[in-house]
Every structure is written in structure tokens, then in C-alpha cells.
Design a protein around this ligand. Structure first.
Ligand SMILES: Nc1ncnc2c1ncn2[C@@H]1O[C@H](COP(=O)(O)OP(=O)(O)OP(=O)(O)O)[C@@H](O)[C@H]1O
Ligand SMILES: Cc1ncc(C[n+]2csc(CCO)c2C)c(N)n1
Length: 259
């Protein structure tokens, strides 16, 4: 079974290159929640920047607050202009829509689709506009995906399942989550300066019959997990490397350190 490497190096100011691994191309989706404090860093690493509907209000209102000594309009126009805003457009304010239209952001109104979330719509856009890339090297960072309305959080987790062959990382100020597909063995490099030690491994949608890990305080050894029985929460990473192998897709979550 092929090995898949994971790292949260996108939380570092500069992403170290690894001679043995191809570099990832990042895309950023801004959701309609308070921007995590490291959003400017994610923006800098990303090649493509999208707002999901009301996420554009957050970018407009909150990005200038990270730069209190700079002119807000300059911050919006010259440094943090999203390539596209996509969604059903029921949350974006008119002044914000008009502003981004006027500076050339592409507006994709999918108000006729009331069956998929705005995040789902944005991931479809990124996938379809990255067809020239090897999609195993594409990584979609989602800012503001956790903490907040529980139905939205579950919708965001469902997007991980809908696009299980894409790397998608859900982020808040406090934690990050991504999917470990059952098709691979996983090696997770822990960026100890910015993440951990609290972590979890959670089966989603169905029980997992067998999971084996290394690098955790409470490792699993061919262990079954299911809701109603054991799920691995409040676990602790012990070093810089965690490995996971399972017969089902699992969510990996790890805490993000405060400054
Ligand atoms: N409180 C929240 N918690 C987590 N994610 C959120 C939250 N609010 C919004 N999002 C995410 O941001 C995206 C855009 O938000 P927006 O408020 O524009 O959505 P919406 O579809 O208008 O929401 P609603 O269900 O309130 O009509 C959503 O698709 C969701 O992924
Ligand atoms: C069974 C079912 N439940 C809820 C919705 C509502 N819904 C799901 S995604 C979405 C778009 C949000 O921007 C909306 C309104 C539906 N269509 N079908």
C-alpha cells in the first residue's frame, strides 16, 4: 500500500522543502466565520484564493484588522484580492460584492443550487481549475471551518468525505482536521512548534474494524473504533512522527498551539 505524507508546514512562515517529496500547491477557501489569526500566512502560501459566499464579508471586514497601521482599502485592493467568490450569494453584503466586482474578482453565483454547501461549491471550483496539476499535490486549506454552528461544521466534514481523494484541511484558531483515506498508509510529520500535543483519530460514517498507529501516547493495535464504543479522542502525540493504517477512512485532528 502506498505511503501518504502529511505536514502542517503551511502554519510556518516558510515551508521547508523536502528533497524526497514533491512540493504541494496550496489553495485557500475563506468561510463565513471569524478569520483565524494565521490567515495572512495561509494566504501567502496559497496560489489560489476563494471566498465562500459570506466569507467575502470576513475578508473585507477582518483582513485590515491584522494590519492596523496600514490603509484598509490598500490592504483589501492590493494584498488580499480573492480570485473568485462562489456560493449561493445569500450572505455576502451588497457593498462587499460591489467592491470585489469592481477590482476584478470573479463572481460565481450558484443560487440555483440549494443542495450543496458554499464550501462544496468552492472545492468543486478549485478541483476543476487545477486539472493541469497532479491533484495529489494540491492541498486546499479552509479557514474558519470549525467552531461555530454545528450543522455547518458537519457540512464541512462531509466535504472531506465527498472529496476523499483531495487533500483538504479544515482549520480554526484551535485545531485542524483532515481525512486519512483507507487507500494509503499515513505518515504525519508533527510541526511541534505550532501544533499538538492533543490529537484524535475518528471514524466517520461507519465503524472502522482495524486501525494501527505509532507515535501516540495511546496507540491502536489492530483496534476497532466506532461511535457507541471506542473513538480516539484526547490522545497525545509523543514525537515528530505519527503513523496510521486503517481499513476505513479516518479523521485526523490535532490542536494548534496558541502564540
Ligand atoms: N458558524 C459556522 N461554522 C462553520 N462553518 C461555517 C459557519 N458559518 C459559515 N460556515 C461556512 O462558510 C460557508 C459560507 O457561509 P455562509 O454564511 O455564506 O453560508 P450560508 O449557506 O449562507 O449559510 P446559512 O445556512 O446560514 O444560510 C458555509 O458553506 C460553511 O462552509
Ligand atoms: C435534505 C436537505 N437538507 C437541507 C438542505 C438545505 N441546504 C443544504 S446545502 C444548502 C445551501 C447552503 O448554501 C441548503 C439550503 C437540502 N437542500 N436538502
Amino acid at each position: 500500500m502506498d505511503l501518504m505524507h502529511h505536514s502542517s508546514a503551511f502554519l510556518l512562515p516558510s515551508i521547508p522543502s523536502d528533497r524526497h517529496l514533491p512540493p504541494l500547491t496550496y489553495a485557500l477557501v475563506v468561510l463565513n466565520q471569524s478569520l483565524p489569526r494565521f490567515t495572512p500566512l495561509l494566504w501567502m502560501h496559497a496560489r489560489l484564493h476563494l471566498c465562500a459566499d459570506g466569507g467575502a464579508n470576513r475578508l473585507f471586514d477582518e483582513m485590515p484588522l491584522f494590519f492596523p497601521n496600514e490603509n484598509a482599502s490598500d490592504v483589501r485592493r492590493s494584498r488580499y484580492k480573492p480570485e473568485a467568490i462562489k456560493g449561493d450569494m445569500d450572505s455576502i453584503r451588497k457593498d462587499v460584492l460591489d467592491f470585489y466586482k469592481s477590482i476584478g474578482t470573479k463572481i460565481i453565483d450558484k443560487s440555483h443550487d440549494q443542495d450543496t454547501t458554499d464550501l462544496h461549491k468552492c472545492v468543486t471550483y478549485i478541483r476543476d481549475s487545477s486539472q493541469d496539476l497532479d491533484q495529489s499535490n494540491l492541498c486546499i486549506l479552509v479557514a474558519g471551518a470549525l467552531g461555530g454552528r454545528f450543522d455547518h461544521e458537519v457540512g464541512n466534514l462531509n466535504v472531506l468525505c465527498c472529496f476523499s481523494s483531495l487533500r483538504i484541511v479544515l482549520l480554526s484558531n484551535d485545531s485542524l482536521i483532515y481525512l486519512l483515506p483507507r487507500t494509503h498508509c499515513h505518515e504525519i510529520h508533527i510541526e511541534t512548534s505550532v501544533e499538538g500535543p492533543h490529537c484524535g483519530l475518528i471514524p466517520l460514517g461507519m465503524p472502522s474494524r482495524s486501525t494501527t498507529t505509532t507515535g501516540l501516547q495511546w496507540n491502536l493495535d489492530n483496534t476497532e473504533m466506532n461511535f457507541g464504543g471506542l473513538v480516539s479522542t484526547s490522545n497525545i502525540v509523543k514525537g515528530e512522527k505519527v503513523t496510521v493504517q486503517s481499513d476505513s477512512d479516518l479523521l485526523w485532528t490535532i490542536s494548534i498551539k496558541k502564540l
